[in-house]
Write a protein that binds this ligand. Structure first.
Ligand SMILES: NC(=O)c1ccc[n+]([C@@H]2O[C@H](COP(=O)([O-])OP(=O)(O)OC[C@H]3O[C@@H](n4cnc5c(N)ncnc54)[C@H](O)[C@@H]3O)[C@@H](O)[C@H]2O)c1
Length: 381
């Protein structure tokens, strides 16, 4: 029997130039916007030109617990009735968390998974409007926000269906200025977020459709967007791939790449997209090897083979792994040593990743030794 539930943003608006509609769309949602931007707020000043009375708040990097505390205080002081995230995934997550916490009492830690009390939100969050400027995370349609606790050395989520965006406004033109390194790491994150839910035991017919479409678009456009950032068609494909990955992961979960990446990011502060990019090939190969060893008829293997076809035009698991390896090579993704971890740390990373919520959608449970082998393999590149 097929049964599933599916949740997403209240409204999704997609298209080149669509960010020009932000003022009009926002006016129907709230009158005192608190706008989270990236470290360079001037970069997208034109998008905010027609927005009345915004308070802008720059988010310097992937948000920490202290950043969120400060943002919540600033949004309350402004009397915000809507929170906008205009930036990469880090900015979107900060805005999503601030929107959730402004009307709620207590501290960020009360609501966080793993290191906090995981308390449910008593009050409805402020409306959250997501305007992504990278094509990677899909955070515009996911129900979690990721935050780094420097005190605990981990990245964790706060999660609730009520945190889904009131409006996801995706304008691929906003990604035209992404430098090749950001295009590479965010693009490989988007691709992974279409691959992991596709082979997940929680996949359903809706998420399958999104993954197939997203993988096809990444196959024809990721390398192009990297080599020529001004290629509008490729940028559009990657913005869609990111959106489709977000729709899929929020409803079918992720696997070993994200499980390991979350732990490494918390330990070292290494950028999320880059961490996923370094792990994509070894974690996929390790999962395939574990499936072949334990259950050669496992349906996930046929899905990996189909993903190979969608990305490379040739069906097969080996075609998939070859295409991924060649793409990672062309996109000049550095090895795992560049993330700031050493082999002595692998067992502890593997132990945490084996328990991480992000690993739950892997098609086969990987033990600590198998995860250490993936990290060791990642270090060989
Ligand atoms: N909530 C979710 O579902 C979800 C999913 C995946 C990742 N994440 C989180 O998202 C974050 C990563 O997001 P990301 O990969 O977009 O990276 P990012 O937001 O950290 O941005 C990467 C870099 O690109 C720059 N940048 C952004 N847009 C640009 C543009 N148009 N032109 C030039 N530079 C630009 C930023 O200033 C930054 O220096 C992490 O914190 C991760 O944990 C969240």
């Amino acid at each position: 029997m097929t049964s599933f539930s599916f949740a997403t943003a209240t409204r999704i608006v997609f298209g080149a130039g669509s960010s020009a509609d932000l003022p009009a769309l926002l006016a129907g949602i709230g009158g005192r916007p608190f706008v989270c931007t990236g470290a360079h707020p001037d970069r997208f000043a034109a998008v905010l030109a027609g927005v009345s009375d915004p308070a802008t708040w720059p988010v310097a990097g992937e948000p920490t617990v202290d950043d969120i505390r400060a943002g919540v205080a600033a949004a309350r002081e402004h009397g915000a009735d809507v929170v906008v995230g205009l930036g990469g995934g880090a900015v979107l997550d900060a805005a999503k968390l601030i929107a959730a916490l402004v009307p709620n009492t207590g501290d960020v830690l009360d609501y966080l998974e793993v290191i906090g009390a995981g308390r449910p939100l008593a009050e409805q969050p402020l409306p959250f409007v997501a305007v992504p400027t990278t094509a990677g995370t899909g955070s515009e349609v996911t129900m979690n926000g990721v935050v780094t606790s420097t005190e605990h050395g981990v990245k964790v989520s706060m999660r609730s269906p009520s945190m889904l965006a009131r409006l996801a406004l995706i304008d691929p033109e906003l990604t035209l200025g992404c430098p090749p390194s950001v295009t590479a790491s965010s693009g490989l994150d988007a691709l992974t977020q279409c691959l992991e839910p596709f082979v997940s035991p929680f996949a359903n017919p809706l998420t399958d459709g999104f993954c197939v479409e997203g993988l096809q678009r990444a196959g024809r456009s990721l390398r192009r967007a990297y080599h020529d950032g001004a290629d509008q068609a490729a940028r559009t494909d990657m913005a869609l791939c990111s959106l489709l990955g977000g729709l899929a992961l929020a409803n079918a979960k992720l696997g070993a790449v994200h499980g390991l990446a979350g732990v490494i990011g918390g330990l070292t502060g290494a950028p999320h997209g880059l961490t996923c990019a370094t792990l994509l090939v070894p974690a996929s190969a390790g999962t395939v090897a574990a499936l072949r060893a334990t259950d050669p008829d496992h349906p996930a293997l046929a899905r990996y083979a189909r993903a190979g076809e969608l990305l490379s035009g040739t069906a097969g698991v080996d075609a998939l792994l070859d295409w991924l390896a060649e793409t990672v090579r062309q996109l000049q993704v550095p090895g795992i040593a560049g993330l700031g971890i050493t082999p002595e740390q692998y067992p502890a990373i593997a132990e945490q990743a084996a328990k991480a919520s992000s690993t739950k959608g892997n098609p086969v449970a990987l033990d600590v030794d198998q995860l250490v082998a993936i990290l060791t393999e990642a270090a060989r590149h």
